[in-house]
Design a protein around this ligand. Structure first.
Ligand code: NAD
Length: 262
């Protein structure tokens, strides 16, 4: 299927690794020009080189910086001629116990996982509406649908974003102008983030990372964790010309892990 987005410009935040990179790979494969961001230049440049090999016919630009800061966001936006597609992503907050979190910990989580995507939408969606095409995908988490005890900062901050998006996506001046805003909710995916969580659990329990990873996979109906490229493929479809009637939705990709009927 031709997704009908070749030649568009996408800003893919936090995309040197993991799910963001999976989204960038899928969009570049579809002929979309991308600006990708990350804090570390080394991994970012390696991903730029990989994307350029994937499709020599598109422009791939990179911006090094922290997307959760006003300077990081301004630099990313300045590298784009226009934003047709916005993929909001940033690192997830640390695990822990809410008794240990002070105001600064909450503000950091809100900045990264709620206010940064809102600021980037504020900077882009009205111009998308004027041009009659726009796609926003927020990478959130399955924790929005089924909270994870130790990820209270993530449960809270991402739920705030989800509530806000539910209202914004339904504004006729956006939805009625072919601007869609959707959230993709990852379950367990094989990325550095998951590997670090497994490392922490291995240290705590004395079990090996391999044993813990195998047990995690077995607990998922699909009997495995997800791959960033399959996350990217869905993201690209949600950003496609064919998905203009899909907006304000929370789409879970978790190998069937959430046990509800809906
Ligand atoms: P990852 O650690 O593999 O990759 C994160 C990427 O984001 C890296 O490229 C990193 O450089 C970049 N990054 C992080 N913070 C940034 C910042 N402030 N500014 C710019 N770049 C930044 O993580 P991932 O697994 O791809 O996760 C992406 C998001 O999805 C995270 O918010 C994570 O919490 C969430 N998530 C992941 C999973 C999973 O299983 N992997 C599950 C649920 C939710």
């Amino acid at each position: 299927m031709d997704l009908g987005i070749a030649g568009r410009w996408a800003l893919v935040c936090a995309a040197s690794k993991g799910l963001g990179k999976g989204c960038a790979r899928a969009l570049v494969s579809e002929g979309v020009n991308v600006v990708i961001t990350a804090r570390g230049a080394e991994a970012l440049e390696a991903t730029v080189a990989e994307l350029r090999v994937l499709n020599t016919g598109v422009q791939v630009r990179s911006v090094t910086g922290d997307i959760t800061t006003p300077e990081g966001r301004a630099a990313a936006l300045a590298a784009m001629p226009q934003v047709d597609i916005l993929i909001n992503n940033a690192g997830g907050p640390p695990p822990g116990d809410f008794r240990d979190w002070d105001r600064a910990a909450w503000i950091a989580a809100l900045d990264a996982n709620m206010l940064t995507p809102i600021e980037l939408m504020k900077a882009t969606v009205d111009a998308m509406a004027e041009r009659g095409f726009g796609r926003v995908v927020n990478i959130t988490s399955g924790a929005v649908k089924a909270p994870i005890d130790i990820l209270g900062l993530s449960n809270g901050a991402r739920s705030g974003l989800t509530g806000f998006v539910a209202g914004l996506a339904r504004q006729p001046k956006l939805a009625g102008r072919n601007v869609t805003i959707n959230n993709l909710l990852p379950g367990a995916f094989d990325t550095d983030r998951l590997r670090k969580t497994m490392q922490g659990a291995a240290q705590k329990t004395g079990q090996t990372i391999e044993a813990l990873t195998a047990a995690r996979a077995k607990s998922i109906p699909a009997q495995r964790v997800g791959h960033a490229d399959e996350f990217g493929a869905l993201c690209a479809f949600v950003c496609s010309a064919h998905a203009g009637y899909l907006t304000g939705q929370n789409i879970l990709l978790d190998g069937g892990n959430f046990p509800g009927t809906f």
